[in-house]
Design a protein around this ligand. Structure first.
Ligand code: GRA
Length: 385
């Protein structure tokens, strides 16, 4: 077992840290307040290859791997979690195309995602379908040589700004989850309306509703075969969960760093507040949870780099990191008091952003379900493609 990062990975991490601190951090608070989506940052990250580490050179990537992806993601999320969401919206669709697309689809749609030119998204959830993916109602009805899509997708990151994305719809509702299909759609055509929605955190990551009304797709938009959609979705969620886990880790780290700095600076009752054991307890918990999350995130990424099954390990990592972020931001707020609660300082933003990690891409309860059912022998987590 080797816990050292290679020189190449250290260089990638350092590049991401420098970029995050110089290009993202200075305006993070302002972007959050103004709910500003930074397409310019997306293009710059694309140029630096931040979306291409899990994609071979042939399709515009750099093939550095999943460990590189989680290192980059942690650094970005540490300074602004909303920008981390944007990373996932480029990488998730690109990975699904790589895994399930035909040659033409890969060549056409992956490179613009990696360059940050085509803003991506994935449209799974609906008003009545979140954890239970098979409950979605959107349909894809065969017409001429293609399909018409009808239905409403809700809570879709990048919905107000996306140029393209994965869309899941039923081609045959009678077959239950086996009748679900996955499509890759470009959005600049009639039949799509968008509505922006407000959430508690990740304000610089636009979110909203996509309504498809007789939205026409050709058969070239279908990923894999009709009926592959559920499998594509579960596979895709496993990839994007790893990115989420790395994002949550970055937020946990940001909160721990803010708490430590404040403990070493703030004096009350004649001494630094770090001297108080109640604060030390919180700091110790933050460090332990963060370190555990980091090792679990790295392990899941390492397994992915070895081409080994990692659904279970990714769920464990995502659950641990999401809970670590929620705990760390809560603890940081206790330590910083009014300076944590104030919107003039970043801890309240970390706190708001952290909550999303317990909800998206399979809530903490879904991850626990996957982990427990595997342990109990009811349903293996490492299965599928
Ligand atoms: O036997 P079969 O051919 O019917 O296949 C079954 C199984 O082998 C079938 O699916 C297959 N399958 C998989 N295939 C490949 C299951 N898991 C996998 C896999 N990982 N890879 C049905 O299986 P099942 O176990 O009976 O299905 P189920 O009960 O529906 O699945 C259980 C489970 C809870 C794990 C699943 O439904 C799940 O993960 N749910 C959570 C969904 C989720 O994460 N929702 C969030 C939606 S998207 C989102 O959060 C967006 C965030 C980004 C943004 O902001 O936009």
């Amino acid at each position: 077992m080797d816990f050292e990062l290679s020189e190449e990975l250290i260089a990638v991490r350092d590049l991401a840290r420098e970029f995050a601190e110089k290009e993202i951090a200075p305006t993070a608070a302002q972007d959050d307040k103004e709910h500003k989506f930074r397409k310019d940052l997306l293009l710059k990250m694309g140029e630096l290859g931040f979306f291409g580490s899990v994609i071979p050179e042939k399709y515009g990537g750099n093939g550095l791997g999943f460990l590189a992806m989680v290192l980059i993601t942690e650094e970005v999320a540490r300074v602004h979690s909303a920008v981390r969401v944007a990373i996932n919206m480029q990488i998730g669709p690109a990975l699904a195309l790589l895994q399930f697309g035909n040659e033409e689809q890969k060549k056409k749609w992956i490179p613009p995602l990696l360059r940050g030119e085509s803003v991506g998204c994935f449209a799974i959830t609906e008003p009545d379908a979140g954890s239970d993916v098979s409950a979605i109602r959107t349909t894809a009805t065969r017409r001429n040589n293609g399909y018409v899509i009808n239905g409403t997708k809700l809570w879709i990151s990048n919905a107000p700004v996306a140029d393209s994305g994965l869309v899941y719809a039923y081609t045959d509702k009678n077959q239950k989850h086996r009748g679900l299909s996955a499509f890759y759609a470009t959005f600049n055509q009639p039949g799509l309306t968008r509505r922006a929605l407000e959430t508690m955190g990740a304000h610089a990551s636009p979110i909203g509703e996509l309504t498809f009304e007789n939205f026409q797709l050709s058969s070239d938009n279908l990923l894999g075969k009709e009926g592959d959609g559920f499998k594509v979705c579960m596979w895709q969620l496993n990839q994007t969960r790893l990115n989420c886990a790395a994002g949550a880790l970055g937020v946990a780290r940001a909160a721990r760093e803010a708490a430590v700095n404040y403990c070493n600076q703030r004096e009350q009752f004649g001494q630094k507040i770090g001297q108080y054991q109640m604060n030390q307890e919180l700091i110790a918990q933050m460090v332990v949870h963060e370190e555990a999350a980091r090792l679990l995130v790295y392990r899941a990424a390492w397994l992915a780099d070895q081409g080994k099954p990692n659904n279970l390990e990714t769920s464990i990592a995502k659950y641990t990191a999401a809970e670590a972020a929620a705990h760390a931001t809560d603890a940081a707020m206790k330590i910083l008091g009014a300076y944590g609660y104030s919107t003039e300082f970043p801890v309240e933003r970390y706190y708001r952003d952290a909550k999303s990690y317990q909800i998206v891409e399979g809530s903490s309860n879904i991850q626990k379900m996957i982990i427990a059912q595997d342990a109990l022998g009811y349903r293996k987590a490492n299965r599928g493609v």
